[in-house]
Design a protein around this ligand. Structure first.
Ligand code: HEC
Length: 275
């Protein structure tokens, strides 16, 4: 009987049965990884691949000691505090002056009927105040986002799905994206980060999906630079040679909504450092 229940949950996870609530999905998701990596504490999934790879973990701890994202935090703070031409600042656009709020993003905005991410709102704030929007994948937006994440370290991720069919649809859309095969290689996100997590793909060990959004933006050695979550989505999409999608377009925002909901209950530890 126990086995049947497990199989059933697994099916719900993969097929996205209509009756599965987001909370059912999240619990099944966490349980899946607990079964897959029984020695890893749930709280440690915020460390990505380093949570499941003790050898790489040691190296990573040393990298974090001279954190390569420090400069981005400092730059982000400066940008965040510098007034726009009209005298307003980012603080005027966000709850709590933008400090310690990362854990509430993305959220579903019932007024506009869409998923709002932190980076989207950074640009909305700029445009509302007569400034040009920033590029979404790297540069100043990654620094501002890094600073805002930094002020939110230790806060518990708390993404909400309001009682609104459009919010549920956005969540389901993101979930469907996560489990859909795409690209010339015909891989879904879940193929790599759920069912093959922990396995090697060329020189990389595949990180578990649980905890993925907690530490963004990241300084990535391969980029020699900071990047936002959507930059990373884009990189993974390229790996499977799928059609490129727009950073902060609806697909990636809904995807972020789903993956972040799956990590609810974990703490924000961004920005992070990755290989
Ligand atoms: C062919 C395998 C593959 C597929 C498919 C894939 N990824 Fe990745 N992904 C990787 C590899 C390799 C890395 C770098 C090592 C790691 O952290 O897993 C990575 C890293 C990531 C990271 C950063 C993890 C961290 O701790 O910083 C995120 C987030 C991510 N992928 C999301 C996605 C999403 C969303 C999709 C679907 C659009 C996807 N990936 C599809 C291979 C894949």
């Amino acid at each position: 009987m126990k086995r049947m229940v497990t199989v059933f949950l697994g099916a719900a996870l993969v097929a996205g049965l209509a009756w599965a609530t987001p909370e059912d999905d999240r619990q099944a998701f966490v349980e899946y990884f607990q079964n897959r990596f029984p020695d890893v504490a749930v709280a440690d999934y915020i460390n990505g691949v380093y949570a499941i790879d003790p050898g790489a973990y040691e190296q990573w701890v040393q990298i974090e000691e001279f954190a390569p994202y420090e400069l981005a935090i400092a730059e982000g703070k400066e940008l965040f505090e510098t007034p726009f031409a009209n005298g307003k600042t980012y603080a005027d656009c966000f709850p709590n002056g933008g400090i310690g709020i990362r854990q509430n993003y993305p959220y579903f905005d019932t007024a506009t009927g869409q998923v709002k991410t932190l980076e989207l709102e950074i640009n909305e704030c700029r445009e509302k105040n007569g400034e040009k929007p920033l590029g979404y994948k790297k540069g100043p937006i990654a620094s501002i986002s890094a600073y805002m994440a930094f002020t939110s370290r230790g806060q518990v991720l708390d993404v909400k799905i309001p009682d609104d069919p459009r919010a549920m649809a956005a969540y389901e859309h993101g979930k469907e994206f996560y489990y859909s095969k795409r690209g010339q290689l015909n891989f879904s996100c879940a193929d790599c980060h759920v069912s093959n997590s922990g396995m090697m793909i060329r020189a990389d060990r595949l990180s578990p999906a649980l905890g993925h959004p907690t530490h963004f933006p990241v300084y990535r050695s391969k980029w020699n630079d900071m990047g936002t979550l959507h930059r990373r989505f884009d990189g993974c999409n390229k790996q499977v040679r799928a059609v490129p999608l727009k950073a902060q377009g609806e697909e990636y925002r809904d995807l972020e909504y789903f993956v972040t909901y799956m990590s609810n209950g974990l703490v924000i530890n961004g920005p992070g450092a990755r290989k």
